[in-house]
Every structure is written in structure tokens, then in C-alpha cells.
Design a protein around this ligand. Sequence first.
Ligand code: DGY
Length: 434
Amino acid sequence: MKKIEQAKQILQENWRDGFTIPTSRLYPFQWMWDSGFVSMGTSEFNLKMSLTEIAKMFTGQWDNGMLPHILFHSEIEKTYFPNYDFWECWVNQGASLNPKTSGITQPPVYGFVLADILQKHWNKPDVKDFVRHIYPKLVHYHSFLYNYRDPHSEGLFYIFHPWESGRDNSPLWDESMDQIEITPGAIPEYTRRDTSIADASERPTQQKYDRYVYLLELGKKYKYDGHQIAEESPFLIQDNMMNAILIKSNESLIEIASDLGLDAGQVKEWQALSTANYDNKFWSDELDTYVGYDLRHEKQMKHREIGGFVPLFASIPSDDKATKLNDYLQSLSARGYYLVPSFDVDSPLFDSRRYWRGPIWPQMNWMIYKGLKNYAFDDTAKMVKDDLIHLIENLGFHEYFEAQKVVADGLTKGYGGNNFSWTASSYIHLCSVD
Ligand code: DGY
């Protein structure tokens, strides 16, 4: 079977009742940013699936606007921890109860997702109607980030849990996480499910899991109220990648509003604030890349990692800064890495197998490809696209991939879950562009 047909088949097989699971067993529910990337892929061959997926995501929106990172559409599915009964999202009065959800969010991708689908299906009135219907809900979601997650009104929102960043166990979070002391009784007993499904050496460690649970409990203690969490959380970070994604999605909302005659006044105000503060907060002259900001300890987090390239996607960097990011990617390729490793290959914390500590992630290549195109770095964009296509064609539709060429070329499969939805979606998407 041709690879593209295989990709579509994976998406069809991962389809449940109105949404796509990332992969069976390991992730058996609807994940927020996965769903966004998946709906762009399905929109290439089955528009109905794509729009249904997005509509389903918004069924889990909270009264405060939050889009949760997981919607537990099935309450009988037991292969995942932490499940809905552990999150207890109902402690928050405005939480969604049907479906039950987690109590945290994920990268705000839906602005650019909607814009992508609208652009591809511009001649279809029902798509325009759909976008008009979702638009205010999406503005409401962005208002959650600005109103509940931005204590200094900088236009840059914070996260209090690594799972919100999507880059769960990136070494970026180690310093804050390692400061959390787990004393006896500090967290309830729990049983991990992921390591009985995926190879434990490719998943976050137990030390990290205890701290994920600690932060989840902290959220629960404050009824998932962003203002109170900001007072106490030992993990309080403004992530440069998520804020770049917010800026990209704001820009998309502004474009959508202009195309469809909707009001974007509030979004424009947010966007002006976010873009005015982004570079000062996140650019590191020392490393020539964008880095995160630790709001609890008031300092930049000086690491090179994959989120540093995402501002290209939102057209944030000046040409000079963009050139530095591009030169670095070129140098990595010349040194024998497939693009784009998720963490600094020269750091002792780089781990080429373990989740977000080194491997390549399909949806990241998709965003970085688009970002490089924004600046006409066509050669590097082609590498980012071709490397991913090559890895998928040789190692299968896995969750993530080895970045060291000599190692990857000797493997027979990728890492993490298999028949993975956003891998299939990114493949379809990248095969459709030049
Ligand atoms: C997991 O379970 O590993 C997810 O990434 C958290 O949402």
C-alpha cells in the first residue's frame, strides 16, 4: 500500500465517535494539540471528519474559556493514567462535566488550524459557517490565557505543569521539577499505565512522574484557578514555544475576522501586547536562540531546544535573528543529525531515545517547516520536510524518532507509540506542499 494511503488508513482506524485518538492503548482519548494537527491532516481528504473533530474538542471547553488538554469521552476506558477520576475536574465550578476533562491546557493551536482549513476550503459556505461558529469560542479560549494565566499583564501566559507545554519531560523543566521535594504522603498512591504499554526507556522517568502528580494535585487543591495557582506553584513558566503559538493563532484569528467580517478588536489588543514583550523576555543573546522564562525564579532558562525555532512560524524574529536560527539548523544537519532534534545535542542532558529529551517529533517539523518558509529559508525547510518523510518511510508512523543519522539508519522502527495520528497527519500535510 502506498504510504499516503497508509497514513489515511491510520487516521481512519484511530477515529472514534467524533474524534481521533493519538494512538490506541497509550493515549485512548482526545488530546487537544494532537487533535488540532490531526484535523489539518484529515481536512485534506475528509472534511467532515476534520470539522467534527474540532467541534468535539469545543464540547469540553470550560466556562472560564479553558480548552483542556484531554477530553475523556469514554469513562470505561481504563488503560490511561491519570484518568478523569484522578483529575477530579469538577472541583472547578465551570468545568466541563460531559465530557469530563483534565484540569490543564496545551499549546493554543486552534487559531492556525482553523485558518489552514478555511484557506483550503474557501469556496465552501458550510466551512465559513463552521468557522464563524467556532470563532467566538476560540476568542474565549485566548481570553482564558490572558485573564487567568498572565499575572503581570505582559501578554505572555504561564504554565504550571510540564504536560501543558506538550514537551512533557524536556530537560527545560528539570530545574524547577527537581526542586519539588516529594515527602511521604505528599502525593496519593498511583499506578502508571504508560510504561506497561510503551518501552520504559522511551518514556519519562518515575522521578518525573511523581512530580507530574504533585503539580496535578496542586491544581486540584486550588480548583484549577489560575490566580491562586500562580501564588504557590513551584513550577511557573512562560514557555516561549506556547506563547509563539498563541501569537500565531492570534494572527490567524485576525485574518479570519477580516476575511469573514468578524470583530477582532480584543484579539488585536492582546496581540499588540504579546508581540511587544516577546523578544525582550525570550531572546537570549548568549545562546542566539529563544528560551523560556521561569516566572517563579524570575530568570531565563538558558537551554537550546526545539521550541526556540517555533517563533519563525509566528514570524516573530527579525531577519538577523531568523538567520541565526537557520544557521544553527544547517550546522546540525552538517554534523550528522536529522532535523529537528527536540533538545540541544551538545548538552549532557540530551537523550536520543527519551521522549522530549532528544527525539524528532513530526508535528514540530511541520511548524518549523512553515516557519523557515516564512523567511524563504527554502533549503533548510526542504531538509526539515525531507528528513521527516524519510524517517517515517523507513521507520514507520511512530510517535517520535531518533535524530542521530548513524543510529537512526540502523534501526527498524521509531520510538514511542505506533500508528500515531499526528505522524500520519503531518506526513499527509508535508507531502502536499512543495
Ligand atoms: C502523557 O500521558 O504522556 C501525556 O503526554 C500527558 O498528557
